[in-house]
Design a protein around this ligand. Sequence first.
Ligand code: ZN
Length: 132
Amino acid sequence: MSTSALVAEKVWEGIQSTHSVSDDQLSILHFLFGKNFERATRIVDQRGVKRILGKPSGRSIFQVVGESKRKEEYLCFPEHYCACYSFFYDIVNRGEQLSCKHQLAARLASSLGACVDFTISDDELALMLSQL
Ligand SMILES: [Zn+2]
């Protein structure tokens, strides 16, 4: 893992343990993720992060609203995957960013306990995952 990813991990853990974010933590995240982090905070402020929980397994996936007028939603795993274009282009292809704004929004909302939770059956969750 890169140094910046390790630093980010520590900051997320800190936020998760207190369910709040300090000015210092905000500046570190802003330093690491720049504009994407600003966009992510706007998404979280708009309650744009849904956490979909499968029952009974407790597995979860996030659905994060985009910022364009169409308000499309992207399925996303905060640490590993997002269905948006930027994830494939900037992160997987060019390796320029650590995470897209949807992943950051999902991570921030889950660390703060600011997700809107939905529960579905494991079968429905499996179907969603099969369509990724
Ligand atoms: Zn994304």
